[in-house]
Design a protein around this ligand. Structure first.
Ligand code: ADP
Length: 377
């Protein structure tokens, strides 16, 4: 059992820097939770408070119901894997993995067993006698993970562990850490600025910005039901498109006016958008929810000008601008067999059931109530 609870946790650094502000996060036993957000949002500080490497300014940290605020790091039964691996250069791989256990006076036989078992899990048995400098980045990362495994901790903490690896190795290590989570059946908290890592690895994602938790949820719930414009734009690549549109009432119907085209939102959305008649809001639509139409016919059809064509083999990313004087930018993802040229006009129908709407001032989702029901399922 290892449940981690952060209750109203804040961190104020010297100089009154509020790095983390009132975080409430529950990490359930055996869960893989990812803290994600742009650089400086407070995710490492939050993780370091769980590890005991930073004092907690306000709030309570519980592990399995026990208050941990004043428990020293070594007594928290937590192991942390760092971005820079933090291996001892003069020690062999074996020694690096055994070191923590030696300090704890674990019997030699037991140490040997644990190091060899971990080396087997991580496929680094043949490197046990080497020094870290004789290993590749990916192998060093495995040793760092191995050093955590041998301690048999209640909770594993990872701080951007893949940042120093090249793109291909990152993808491989991502899968290895996910698979490790399944095999060890352990509670893991993982910090990254990379939303793809968050989406692919997490059971639960915590999105942070400016020290504040923005949203907590499963990857698909965050993707489909972002609570605000920040989460909507941060999760997903290429990011969600946002158009400024004016809300009109035309003969009792809610209409969105972009300047160069009009759209009618779905009735279940219009109910909430109606409160904004006469005002501007953000209309959000993901690139894959812009359907290319060869012969425009339907209403809610948008004619857009192609400004950049990015063929990726599996699909095409099209950069587009709306036709009006504001020329708002959008990206659409289409199937690879279409041929587009810069300067073309292409027609799209947004999948309005997937559209998101955000208040222009607060940037909060206008569909929050509807989404809360959908998330509850
Ligand atoms: P992230 O991990 O999301 O990149 P951090 O948790 O490292 O963000 O930092 C959050 C904020 O706290 C940043 O504004 C950073 O500059 C500030 N910060 C981090 N460490 C310290 C420190 N030791 N003293 C003062 N400010 C700090």
């Amino acid at each position: 059992m290892a449940k981690v609870e952060l209750k109203n946790i804040s961190k104020v650094y010297e100089g009154n820097v509020r790095a983390v502000d009132d975080a409430n996060i529950v990490v359930e036993d055996k869960e893989f939770v990812v803290f994600v957000g742009p650089s400086g949002c407070g995710k490492s500080t939050t993780l370091r408070m769980v590890a005991g490497l930073e004092d907690i300014t306000e709030g309570e940290l519980h592990i399995d119901g026990e208050l941990m605020n004043d428990v020293p790091p070594k007594d928290r039964n937590i192991a942390m894997v760092f971005q820079n691996y933090a291996l001892y250069p003069h020690m062999s791989v074996y020694e690096n993995m055994a070191f923590g256990l030696r300090i704890k006076k674990v019997p030699k036989d037991e140490i040997d067993k644990r190091v060899k078992d971990a080396a087997k899990i991580l496929d680094i048995e043949k490197f046990l006698d080497r020094k870290p400098k004789a290993l590749s980045g990916g192998q060093r990362q495995r040793v760092a993970v191995g050093r955590a495994i041998v301690r048999n901790p209640k909770v594993f903490l990872f701080d951007e562990p893949l940042s120093n690896l090249d793109a291909k190795l990152r993808v491989q290590m991502r899968a290895e850490i996910s698979s490790l989570h399944h095999r060890l059946d352990a509670t893991m908290i993982y910090v990254t600025h990379d939303q793809v890592e968050a989406m692919t690895m997490a059971n639960k994602i915590v999105v942070m910005k400016d020290g504040k938790v923005q949203q907590i949820g499963s990857p698909m719930n965050l993707y489909n039901y972002p609570v605000n414009k920040f989460v909507a734009g941060f999760i997903g690549s290429p990011p969600m498109n946002f158009l400024t549109v004016k809300v009109l009432d035309k003969g009792g119907s809610v209409v969105l006016d972009e300047g160069s085209f009009e759209m009618k939102p779905l009735p279940q959305h219009a109910e909430y958008i109606r409160n904004y008649v006469g005002k501007e809001i953000f209309f959000g639509i993901r690139p894959e929810d812009m359907t290319y139409v060869e012969t425009p016919a339907s209403e809610n059809n948008i004619a857009l000008k192609v400004t950049v064509v990015e063929p990726l083999g599996s699909d095409i990313h099209l950069w587009l601008t709306t036709a009006g004087s504001t020329a708002q930018q959008m990206v659409a993802r289409t199937e690879p067999h279409y041929i587009f040229k810069v300067g073309d006009t292409a027609n799209f129908t947004p999948r309005l059931e997937k559209a998101r709407y955000f208040d222009k001032e607060t940037e909060l989702s206008i569909l929050a109530k509807l989404d809360a029901e959908a998330v509850k399922g």
